[in-house]
Design a protein around this ligand. Structure first.
Ligand SMILES: [Mg+2]
Length: 216
């Protein structure tokens, strides 16, 4: 069995992280509006792919505001980003340790640079074989990897995600991928429906129970 697990809102409490990140900017005299306005910075390249967050780019935008001590803000933000273990949901480590490391992959959506900073900051990458970051449909990435590394056809492939679009794409692979909708109450999208999925669960303990029961 191969398990692909999403990062934001599944492994990581992104809502709490974002709010604590704002607090650091707030301590440096930046208002919520200024934080929000500078949150999404557009480069010619990234704007064609949608909006992606980059803390360094944000600090560059804020540099223009009088009175912001950029050096000290940067140092506070970097210190914060180095130790993010507290934002990992409490059931993650226990869940991952149930399976051989070689079968576990983090599959995260977004801008590689910032996702890497967050994932490395948690240290949770040590419990999985590899980390993949993509801006594409995860189902396509998984099927490519299955071909490239010749996953056995008998072996179940699982995707655990909170995003309905990603799960629906997994459901369109003709049963090649088992789609688990992990809807945590702390997640940013927990109120959004996900109609196309194999299983809907509230935590990773429930995923583990289903894997055992269905003998995946
Ligand atoms: Mg997510």
């Amino acid at each position: 069995m191969k398990i692909f697990i999403d990062f934001d809102d599944v492994i990581f409490n992104t809502k709490k992280f974002s709010s604590d990140l704002f607090e650091i900017f707030g301590r440096h005299g930046i208002t919520r509006e200024e934080f929000r306005d500078s949150y999404y910075t557009f480069s010619k390249k990234s704007s064609s792919h949608g909006r992606h967050y980059d803390p360094d780019a944000q600090i560059r935008v804020l540099k223009k505001k009088n009175g912001v001590d950029v050096k000290s803000l940067k140092s506070d933000v970097n210190k914060f980003l180095r130790n993010l273990g507290q934002y990992v949901f409490s059931d993650v480590e226990f869940f991952l340790k149930n399976f051989p490391k070689k079968d576990l992959f983090i599959l995260s959506y977004g801008q590689a640079k910032f996702q890497k900073i967050k994932i490395n900051g948690t240290g949770i990458d040590n419990l999985v074989d590899r980390v993949f970051i993509t801006k594409r449909k995860k189902a396509d990435v998984i099927l490519e990897l299955a071909r490239k590394y010749a996953f056995s056809k008998k072996e179940a492939i699982i995707l655990i995600d909170d995003h309905s679009e990603q799960l629906e794409a997994a459901m369109n692979t003709g049963g090649k991928i088992k789609a688990f909708h992990l809807c945590r109450k702390e997640g940013r999208y927990h109120a959004l429906p996900c109609l196309l999925r194999d299983y809907s669960v509230k935590n990773l303990k429930a995923v583990e129970r289903i894997i055992k029961k269905e003998k995946m």
